[in-house]
Design a protein around this ligand. Structure first.
Ligand SMILES: Cc1cc2nc3c(=O)[nH]c(=O)nc-3n(C[C@H](O)[C@H](O)[C@H](O)COP(=O)(O)OP(=O)(O)OC[C@H]3O[C@@H](n4cnc5c(N)ncnc54)[C@H](O)[C@@H]3O)c2cc1C
Length: 402
């Protein structure tokens, strides 16, 4: 029986509920997953659940990369219909996983409001790009806004938009729950353990060299966030990501006030976690000022603690201005994260050109997309299906020509 047949048989047995002992008699595909962020965790779980022999490598700690520093807004707020459908599918899976895994998602929707005509044009553009799509948004009058969110002091409202399907979560907690599922199905997490080299023969994977030794593998999924290009380069594939830093201020817990993810005037985004912590930023990317030059150019930290606190306090003060009941909240910490941002903004998912045993999964909005990616990557790797849901996101679109 060829490997493909073995894997099909295995998936059938798993679906039929056969025991691990029964399955153990069938050679299992040995699949490595590089990265213990939310995307790698979801993929490891789904592969192990379907009967693959999964080993996951995480260099630092689970969720230590972009996942830890994420705003973690679950949304389908994109104009591209195909991409929107993928995100909606993932949000639907989150609805099921929330209770099953105790993810503690706050399903509070999304609010976007403007204080003047110039900002209102942006809110209207956001509404227009979603009009007639499967993302149900509606405009709010000031009275409706007040009714929906009595605790927010919004100031003058020139336009307001509400989307009911959005949620937010604690991304590290969610990652740990997904990893626990992976472990339950037999996946082994090696951590701390860095993948340092690939042993490829005639384009096929033999093993990976790690800081803990050599591990023979049949397939490797690279879900290494911003480090993904370095790993793909080892297989001769060049992928460039856009350097996309973003900071978030985190407060001490305040009394529970707001459940929606909020995009407020002047570029302020914030949410309140279930424990009362306020999380937000007044600048999705560092403004183009000389003081930010180093952060805009490379993956580094804030120059010093004073600048870190300055950014954090400025953002938190702006958030508190909209939440009078949270005025006592103080700055707890400021995170600076780096989004795994493909240059065209869309996910990069699929077999690596020239290295069919390697599969890549790198994307912005990975918190939103992790559940559906886990399921789709399982189908593509174990059932050797090419899913149309992933067709536009193949790495081949970045293959260098000529
Ligand atoms: C400021 C900010 C705001 C964001 N807001 C949102 C949002 O609102 N909604 C949303 O959906 N997404 C958001 N994102 C994006 C989202 O956080 C990421 O897309 C997602 O976390 C990516 O998860 P990942 O598992 O692919 O990567 P990561 O979480 O970066 O995990 C990759 C892991 O791989 C490990 N690794 C790297 N190289 C190796 C190696 N050689 N060997 C072993 N391990 C290795 C790293 O240590 C890391 O833990 C935001 C990101 C940031 C930074």
């Amino acid at each position: 029986m060829r490997r493909r047949q073995f894997v099909h048989a295995l998936a059938g047995l798993a679906a039929a509920g056969f025991s691990v002992a029964t399955r153990a008699k069938i050679p299992r595909l040995r699949i490595g997953v590089v990265g213990g962020g939310i995307v790698g965790a979801s993929i490891a779980w789904r592969l192990a659940e379907a009967g693959a022999d999964v080993v996951q490598f995480e260099r630092t700690a689970p969720g230590a990369g972009a996942t830890r520093n994420s705003f973690a807004w679950l949304n389908a707020f994109v104009a591209d219909r195909h991409y929107q459908a993928l995100r909606l599918a993932s949000i639907a899976v989150y609805r099921e996983l929330d209770e099953l895994l105790g993810l503690g998602i706050t399903w509070g929707g999304y609010l976007n409001w403007a204080r003047d005509e110039a900002e209102a044009a942006t809110v209207s553009a956001n509404a227009a790009q979603l009009a007639g799509t499967a993302v149900p948004t509606r405009s709010l009058t000031p009275a409706e806004f007040a009714n929906l969110n009595p605790v927010i002091a919004p100031g003058p409202i020139a336009a307001a938009l509400y989307s009911a399907i959005d949620g937010h979560l604690d991304p590290v907690h969610a990652t740990l729950q997904l990893l626990a599922q992976a472990r339950r199905h037999g996946a082994r997490l090696q951590c701390p353990c860095e993948v340092q080299g690939l042993d490829m023969r005639s384009g096929h994977l033999r093993s990976v060299q790690t800081s803990g030794g050599v591990v023979p593998l049949d397939r490797l999924v690279v879900a290494a966030g911003v480090d993904t290009p370095r790993l793909l380069e080892m297989a001769g594939f060049k992928l460039r990501l856009r350097h996309a830093p973003g900071f978030l201020a985190h407060s001490t817990p305040a009394p529970l006030q707001v459940r929606s993810v909020c995009d407020a005037p002047a570029g302020l985004s914030f949410k309140q976690m279930a424990d009362g912590t306020l999380v937000g930023t007044d600048s999705p990317e560092p403004p183009d000022l000389p003081v930010h030059a180093s952060i805009r150019e490379g993956a580094i930290d804030f120059p010093d603690d004073a600048i870190r606190a300055l950014h954090g306090n400025r953002a938190l003060d702006k958030i508190k201005a909209f939440l009078p009941g949270a005025r006592a909240a103080a700055l707890d910490r400021v995170t600076l994260g780096f989004r795994p941002m493909p240059t065209d903004g869309f996910p990069v998912i699929g077999h690596v050109p020239g290295a069919p045993d390697l599969y890549v999964a790198v994307t912005h909005s990975g918190v939103t997309l992790a559940p559906i990616l886990g399921m789709h990557v399982r189908s593509e790797l174990l059932h050797e299906r090419e899913l149309s849901a992933l067709a536009p996101y193949r790495p081949g679109r970045f293959a260098q020509r000529g």
